[in-house]
Design a binder for this molecule. Structure first.
Ligand SMILES: Nc1ncnc2c1ncn2[C@@H]1O[C@H](COP(=O)(O)OP(=O)(O)OP(=O)(O)O)[C@@H](O)[C@H]1O
Length: 258
């Protein structure tokens, strides 16, 4: 079966500088929930940027549903893969509804349609995304007036309005309280989409992901189900700490020491 996302011997680095990501090969089946973990600077966000077609690999190939991502035009790629990133400064003056409506842009005729009034079908999809992310009471508010957690939910709603098959998220639980973290991860699981997300919280990764990829200095250090990918030696190496995992309870408990 065609993988949702496939990276074959991928390397990436900024122009004129050495590789930051080296020899990354992985294949993500449709519907899999993948958490990418690793220390600050390990290359997690750089890897995501290759998957949502922000930057091309220096060497190797990135495929989306079996096709080379860089042979697919940008609107078509955006109809398939949505990214949830930290908010952009340009978003602040727009209302919540206008930001969520941006998710429909790749689906509209004329890429320059901008914020022109959405059609009935678009409107229904935008409303559903707003309700799904519990934003109905603040839909007409300026994004800049929202709390950090509310903003994060708006960015997810925009991605849902995009109706993608693959959703890529960079630290989506940042700013969210515990309830909203759990709700967001449960929602992502329930979508039936392919989800690739960075997560600093290893307990959440262990509980929520089908598969964990630990990056270390731009390479894959471990890759597998959480119970094998997140073991003590891997964590010790990835984070340069002493790691202990207590698996006696219903969920693993991680503790770390210098
Ligand atoms: N465009 C760029 N130019 C120069 N260096 C870059 C660029 N993009 C990323 N880097 C460097 O590459 C390394 C990996 O960055 P990246 O943001 O992918 O790490 P990360 O694992 O997401 O880290 P964090 O957990 O801190 O968010 C860092 O050292 C970063 O400074």
């Amino acid at each position: 079966m065609t993988a949702a996302v496939e990276l074959e011997s991928v390397c990436w680095g900024p122009k004129g500088q050495p590789d930051i990501l080296s020899d990354i090969s992985l294949s993500v089946p449709k519907g899999q929930i993948v958490a990418i973990c690793g220390a600050n600077g390990a290359g997690k966000s750089s890897l995501l940027r290759l998957i949502y077609r922000y930057q091309p690999p220096r060497r190797g190939t990135v495929r989306l549903l079996g096709r080379d991502l860089w042979l697919i035009n940008a609107p078509e790629a955006a109809r398939t893969v949505a990214a949830v990133l930290q908010e952009q400064p340009t978003d602040f003056a727009l209302t919540v509804r206008q930001i969520v409506a941006l998710g429909r842009l790749p689906h509209r005729k004329g890429w320059g349609a901008g914020l022109a009034t959405p059609g009935q079908q678009d409107k229904a999809i935008i409303d559903a995304a707003i309700v799904r992310m519990d934003l109905a009471t603040m839909a007409e508010r300026a994004f800049g007036t929202l709390s950090g957690g509310e903003r994060q939910r708006v960015m997810v709603a925009r991605a849902l309005a995009q109706e993608p098959q693959v959703i890529v998220l960079d630290e989506p639980t940042n700013h969210l309280d515990i309830r909203h973290q759990l709700e967001l991860l449960a929602l992502l699981r329930g979508l039936g989409l392919t989800v690739i997300t960075t997560l600093h919280d290893l307990s959440l990764a262990a509980e929520f992901a089908d598969r964990v990829i630990v990056l270390h200095q731009g390479r894959v250090l471990s890759d597998g189900p959480p119970e094998t990918a997140l073991d003590e030696p891997t964590l010790a190496r990835a984070f340069n700490v002493r790691a202990r995992i207590d698996r006696s309870g219903p969920a693993p408990r991680f503790s770390f020491h210098l």
